[in-house]
Design a binder for this molecule. Structure first.
Ligand SMILES: Nc1ncnc2c1ncn2[C@@H]1O[C@H](COP(=O)(O)OP(=O)(O)OP(=O)(O)O)[C@@H](O)[C@H]1O
Ligand SMILES: [Mg+2]
Length: 265
């Protein structure tokens, strides 16, 4: 019979590429050690309001006195800077320093592109590499919350973020519509399979037409964080680079409820 207690020195050595990934994860962990909470805002479905939710949650957290960072990790269509009316560019020399606006540290792939209308075309391996480099080389300093706006879909970009970061978890965004809810359940399923936790679900653009947010929360067995009403002021204000939760008391109240549930755990 084999002796289980014998030292297992003859175990095969992990492949160098696996060791490289482990080392990289260690470096990223160290680099982000000043950040108390990292929260991804995500949905497999496009256009449901992920960026809107990420930006408004970040500003609401800031208004509550927290130190906040906002990372636009949507590598295909980085929109955070447009939502904030920012035209800043950075050179891309390491280390990267986020640009501060309204007391929030902001970093976006859009800051590396001089023409926002030009498409950014990434191949799979480049996406993972770029996201890893972003995390490894950015000086965020001390933060209470880093909010990360994640690309839609269930492919390379969200996958890399889930695998590279020790996230507290995801805030999933859906609209009331059944189609959106089903796709958001898919995002939740992917997060779960990769052992990432789900902090809860936000129903955005609520208009009484459906119950998508609660359906997703029930299906995934997680918290329903609250809803944000469909409101034409979102388009008007965002196009001007004004944050709705800062400008409008009624909208702010809706985000405060959501953020209280996130912060409350
Ligand atoms: N509650 C709301 N009421 C009305 N319009 C909204 C609301 N939330 C967001 N919008 C608008 O919906 C559009 C899509 O929002 P947003 O860009 O945040 O979605 P997204 O999920 O990040 O999209 P993408 O998948 O392209 O990244 C924007 O024009 C935004 O102003
Ligand atoms: Mg977006």
């Amino acid at each position: 019979m084999e002796d289980d207690s014998a030292p297992q020195n003859d175990l095969p050595k992990p492949h160098p590429s696996i060791l490289k990934v482990i080392e990289q994860k260690k470096r990223i962990k160290e680099k982000l050690s000043g950040i108390r909470h990292k929260i991804g805002v995500y949905s497999a479905k496009g256009g449901v309001g992920k960026t809107t939710t990420a930006v408004n949650i970040a500003y609401t957290l800031k208004s509550m006195g927290y130190k906040v960072g906002l990372l636009d990790a949507d590598v295909d269509c980085p929109n955070v800077t447009m939502f904030l009316g920012m035209k800043d560019t950075i050179t891309g020399d390491y280390p990267l320093t986020p640009i501060e606006k309204d007391g929030i540290k902001i970093l976006s792939t859009a800051m590396f592109v001089d023409d926002l209308k030009r498409p950014i075309i990434w191949r799979g391996p480049m996406i993972g590499k770029m996201i890893a480099e972003f995390f490894e080389n950015t000086d965020w300093g001390e933060l209470d919350y880093l909010i990360i706006d994640i690309s839609p879909g269930t492919s390379d970009a969200p996958l890399s973020i889930i695998q590279l970061l020790d996230l507290d978890g995801f805030v999933l965004v859906t609209t009331p519509q059944r189609i959106s809810a089903v796709n958001t359940m898919r995002s939740g399923g992917m997060a779960r399979r990769l052992s990432a936790s789900i902090l809860g679900v936000v129903e955005n653009m609520s208009d009484g037409s459906g119950n998508g947010g609660r359906e997703v929360a029930e299906a995934l067995g997680c918290k329903f964080l609250g809803s944000v009403k469909a409101d034409s002021r979102f388009n008007e204000l965002s196009d001007k680079g004004i944050v709705p939760a800062v400008e409008d008391e009624d909208i702010k109240k809706q985000y405060v409820e959501i953020v209280n549930r996130i912060v409350g755990g």
